[in-house]
Structures are given as C-alpha cells and as structure tokens.
Design a protein around this ligand. Structure first.
Ligand SMILES: *[C@@H]1O[C@H](CO)[C@@H](O)[C@H](O)[C@H]1NC(C)=O
Ligand SMILES: *[C@@H]1O[C@H](CO)[C@@H](O)[C@H](O)[C@H]1NC(C)=O
Ligand SMILES: *[C@@H]1O[C@H](CO)[C@@H](O)[C@H](O)[C@H]1NC(C)=O
Ligand SMILES: *[C@@H]1O[C@H](CO)[C@@H](O)[C@H](O)[C@H]1NC(C)=O
Ligand SMILES: *[C@@H]1O[C@H](CO)[C@@H](O)[C@H](O)[C@H]1NC(C)=O
Length: 404
C-alpha cells in the first residue's frame, strides 16, 4: 500500500502533462465507483480458454520448457482449415499475457480476426507472467526465479516457442506480431540469434520499444537510474519479499483498497487511455497486470537514461564480468534482416516517435512505417477501432505476402 501511494505521489509531483494527470485521477475515481456497481462483466472473470469457448473458438494450451528451465504455457487457436495454413505468432507486452490478444472480443480482437481467416494463430507467453510461473528447479518464491530481464525472454523463451511451433506445424517460418515489449524481444532475438531471421517471415511491430531516451511517461521515468526509487525497490523490497514479483504485489495492495480486482499501474505507465471505456476497463483489469520481473523495468529504465539500446547494465565490475567491457554492449539491430512493419503514434507516451525514428534509421529492412495520430500505448491491443486502423493492415499485408 505504501509503495503504491509512493508511486502515485511521485507520478503526481513529476511533471505529468495536466490532461494526462487529470485523466489518471478520473480513472481512479471511476474505478472506485465501478467496484461498487457489481456490474463487472463476465469476460473479466473468464480464463483465456473459457473466453475462446464462449465466443466459439477452440483455444489450446501448449507447454514448452526453455533451455534454462522455465516452463512456458502458451496458446493456440488452431486453424479450422484442412490445408496447412500460415502461422501467425503474437507476442504480448510488459505486464501482459496471451489473454491480451482476445479481450476485444469477436470481430475486433486480432487473434479472432486471424482465426476467422483460417490462419494458425499462436499466442506467446513470457517467463514470469501468470501462465509461466513454473520452473524445473526453482519456485516462483525463489528470488533466482525472477532474475531475468527481457533479453532472457528474447533469447530463451522466444526460440523455445518458435522452434516448438515450427516443429508442430511443419512450417519453415512464421509471421511475428509484437506489442511493446513484444517488439523489443523480437529485435533482440534477431540481433543476438540472427539465425531466427529466416524463421520469421515478417515482423509487425506495434508501439515499438528499443531506444527510449525521449519517453514521456512520468511513471516510467522514475524507473530510470537517475531516481533511486528502483534501486530502493530492488534492494529493500526484494529483501522483504524475496522473489515475490513486485508488481503482482502492488496489484494485491491496490485490490485491497479498490476491490474490483484492479490496478492502475498499467494506466499510469501508459498515460490516459482515451479509447477504453469503463466496462471494457474492468475486462482488461480482470486479465492484467500479469507478472513481470522488476529487472524488466530496470532494464527499460537504463535505456531511458542512457539513450541507447543495449544490454543490461550491471555496473562497471559486473559488466566486465558479464561482457568483458565496462559498459554494456549495444544490440546490433542492423542484424534484424527480416522485413519489419512498424506502427507508431504521436500520442504514445511510452513509444515516442523521436525514439522510433532512431530505431527506423538503425534497422536495415523496414518494409513500411505507419504513423497514427491518436493511439496511446495500450490502444494497440484494446481500442475498439484497432481492427479498422491496425489489424486489417496487418492481415492485408500477410495475405499479399502469401500470394507473392
Ligand atoms: C462517481 O459517482 C458519483 C456519484 O454517482 C458521481 O458524482 C461521480 O461523478 C462519479 N465519478 C466518476 C469519476 O465517475
Ligand atoms: C467473478 O468471480 C468471482 C469470484 O470467483 C465471483 O464472486 C463473481 O460472481 C464472478 N462474477 C461474474 C460476473 O461471473
Ligand atoms: C506447475 O507444475 C505443477 C507440477 O508439475 C503443476 O501441478 C501446476 O499446475 C503447474 N502450474 C502451472 C501454472 O502451470
Ligand atoms: C464499451 O466497450 C464495450 C466493448 O468492450 C462495448 O461493447 C460497449 O458498447 C462500450 N460502451 C460504450 C458506452 O461505448
Ligand atoms: C577481454 O577484452 C580484452 C581487451 O579487449 C581482450 O584482450 C581479451 O581477450 C578479452 N577476454 C575475453 C575472455 O574475451
């Protein structure tokens, strides 16, 4: 509780744009109202498989173990076609899970739209989220379980899932759609394990995160090393709650005061989500935030501070031990040779166009960039008009790519 209030206060005193700030407090107010209304929609309560079933889709669960022992449960909406169909793999963002891609419901959510067109749809999950709390030798209450950033997701989780999918389907490659952290992990994978470029036929990046020096989100800024908040959390907090994921802890606190199973951290991170209404908000909050390691935030915080896209900074001594150099090496995104299609937006506080332009300059094979005026960071997966503005473009491109 105290930590949460601390975060809110820091958010408040940091120079948040007044409109966003007002939006945030309104949202908190409407949530408090909401929790009394007992109108929480059913979709907020259903698991991903139950959601699929309700809307007439079969959602399968698959399990794969990474080379470093994490047991990942992830999902598939198998094609109804008898023919072999292209695979589309969707990778969620920070604090999120495979659920994200279904929440908008039929005719709106990307996973359903792809399934309607008989694509073979796979929904990835990263270590530490609610579907991936198991390990072959660690418990999720061990602090060692949580010692990973998104680089580990990129170089261990993605290869495990992608190789499994290609083996099960007999395909040579797949289409990769990433949102937010799902874009980061895509670039890191192709840069550090370039052999995966040929396994990814095309990469769609929604709200890309790589260079972050121009980020405008007040709450993310406080995670940068210039503020000692994160260092404090990493030390004291993990000492008190060894290994227990910080953000899941926060949601527990918040749910004690706001009993609609809710959490505003997600929204504070992203700015006010104008396209998300109250009813749908309750559905979203029934499914996220999902677990993430504090190191994922710390790593992003370092990028905010360093204006670089580089590996985790362990400090001079740690870097010498890990990388044989005193500063962490850059990710070489010029090694991403698979074609990349980028969607970014003027209103996205977490993925600033200035930073995305740096990324675009450094990538070697950008096929198309689509600039949106009014999408905020979570609108890519939660806006009612995402199908119209974004998903149809992805689908059209996949179809034309298949025809060539
Ligand atoms: C909460 O409910 C009260 C009373 O119904 C209403 O006056 C207020 O505007 C609501 N607040 C929000 C943010 O919806
Ligand atoms: C959601 O789940 C909670 C606890 O399992 C239950 O009390 C509540 O009635 C459920 N609500 C709906 C709309 O299914
Ligand atoms: C973790 O593994 C145990 C034992 O294998 C199993 O009972 C449990 O359901 C698993 N949990 C998850 C979330 O997969
Ligand atoms: C809120 O969003 C839901 C979709 O999740 C939609 O069905 C509903 O019509 C929306 N309500 C309003 C008032 O726009
Ligand atoms: C570490 O870097 C130094 C200087 O760049 C080099 O001479 C040495 O071989 C490197 N050691 C290892 C183990 O890579």
């Amino acid at each position: 509780m105290y930590i949460y209030i601390l975060l809110l206060l820091i958010c408040k005193v940091s120079n948040a744009a007044s409109v966003e700030e007002r939006g945030f407090w309104d949202l908190l107010g409407s949530l408090l109202n909401y929790s009394n209304s007992a109108l929480v929609p059913e979709d907020a309560n259903l698991s991903i498989t139950e959601l699929g079933k309700k809307y007439g889709y079969r959602v399968e669960q698959h399990t794969v173990t990474t080379e470093d022992g994490y047991i990942l449960n992830f999902h598939r909406i198998p094609t109804r076609s008898r023919k072999v169909r292209p695979v589309v793999f969707l990778m969620h963002g920070l604090l999120d899970s495979s659920d994200t891609w279904l929440l908008l419901g039929p005719n709106k959510a990307l996973a359903y739209l792809l399934a309607d067109l008989e694509f073979d749809v796979w929904l990835g999950n990263s270590r530490g989220n609610k579907h991936c709390q198991n390990h072959t030798s660690l418990y999720n209450t061990d602090s060692d379980f949580w010692h990973f950033s998104w680089e580990e997701i990129a170089v261990h989780d993605l290869p495990a899932m992608i190789d499994y999918i290609l083996q099960v389907t007999g395909m040579q490659n797949l289409y990769y759609v990433g949102h937010s952290q799902g874009t980061t992990t895509g670039y890191v994978l192709c840069a550090m394990k370039p052999e995966y470029n040929s396994k990814i036929k095309m990469m769609f990046s929604l709200a890309p995160e790589a260079w972050m020096g121009h980020i405008r989100s007040p709450l993310v800024k406080i995670f940068s090393p210039a503020h000692s908040v994160l260092a404090y959390l990493l030390s004291d907090f993990s000492a008190d709650y060894a290994g227990v994921d910080f953000f899941n802890k926060i949601s527990t606190f918040v749910c004690t005061i706001v009993p609609a199973r809710c959490d505003n951290v997600l929204f504070a991170l992203s700015g006010y989500e104008t396209k998300i209404n109250e009813t749908f908000l309750a559905v979203i909050l029934g499914h996220s935030p999902s677990g993430s390691s504090t190191f994922q935030f710390a790593h992003y915080g370092q990028l905010v501070e360093s204006h670089r896209f580089c590996r985790y900074d362990f400090g001079r001594q740690g870097n010498l031990a890990a990388y044989n150099q005193s500063v962490p090496p850059d990710y070489d995104v010029s090694l991403v040779t698979t074609p990349v299609v980028i969607f970014y937006s003027a209103k996205d506080l977490l993925s600033d166009p200035k930073d995305v332009n740096i990324l675009i300059k450094n990538l070697n094979n950008v096929r198309e960039t689509i600039f949106l005026e009014d999408f905020t960071h979570l609108d890519y997966v939660y806006a009612q008009d995402a199908a119209h503005v974004i998903y149809n473009k992805i689908i059209r491109r996949i179809i034309s790519d298949e025809e060539n």
